[in-house]
Design a protein around this ligand. Sequence first.
Ligand code: AQP
Length: 336
Amino acid sequence: MEKPNKRILSGVQPSGDLHLGNYLGAIKNFVSLQHEYECFFCVVDLHAITVWQDPAMLAQKTREVTAAFIASGIDPDKNTLFVQSQVPQHSQLAWIFSCIARMGWLNRMTQFKDKAGKNSENVSVGLYSYPTLMAADILIYLATHVPVGEDQKQHLELTRDIAQKFNNDFKNDLFPIPEPLILGEAKRVMSLRDGTKKMSKSDPSDYSRIMLSDSKENIIQKIKKAKTDPLPLPENLEDAKKRPEAMNLLTIFAALSNTDAEKVILDYAGKDFSKFKNDLGDLASSKLSPISSEMSKLMNDKNFLDSIINSGKEKAISVADPVLKKVNEIIGFLSR
Ligand code: AQP
């Protein structure tokens, strides 16, 4: 089996409206990586159902994430865009990996602790074993690199452990040990209401996040209302780091304008937040509005989106199936 040396797999959940964190931490980076790597981008609907999803909304959000990929600049002809549940090899490998991963490894996952909170007896088993499915998503394509936001770093370390243990247990070298690509200025975009909390689809407050579907007016309004402290803008990076809300807005500004936070701090040092927020509102809406209007256009062309999803499925299966067959053979399963 030919082993790729620059292959990417990454996914986005159709679990709600995509936000600026998903865009800056993931999708924007995918757009630049497509020129350098062979890329597989998937809509991870199997991950989404680890918490309750309304069936009609799930179908709509699945198409919406696909539309967001394309509207942001991912070329569907050059890359493989597909839906996770349509490639059953992911779930089959995930079961095998749940027999490779150790309970102790999963018990250390901080995202499960955060998401389950005090309710851990009552959440789904899938929410707990989610990282073994993520490992299967990556390794079924023998992906060598995985672009993720900082929040997914621990899950990728688990993927590496699983790949290593499988290779050791079965004395082979099938799986690569994939490297994380944590790129861009905004590795962890924080809530606009609380600079210590990650911007997230599931935050109950709409004002905590800017959505890709927000209108220009909405974006400007949300940035105006974003929480800040009473001081003027920080004078240097050291100062900014002590002020989470200010640091978050500066980082967003830097990521949207393809520069770094230090440069933005230099431009706005000691100035008033109102001027900065006006500029950030204009910048964010000028970058996001074209994506949002392209997304609505694509959402009105269901046949086009479904044809992309369908050909993505065929391409994904043609790569994933030989890997699963090889895994089955290594383990000692009878051939199909
Ligand atoms: N706030 C963020 N900052 C930077 N990157 C982020 N990502 C998510 N939130 C931020 C990155 O976006 C990609 C897709 O994420 P996901 O949809 O698979 O799930 P998530 O990380 O669980 O995102 P949410 O918004 O927090 O969803 P819910 O609320 O449903 O759990 C990933 O690469 C992620 O790192």
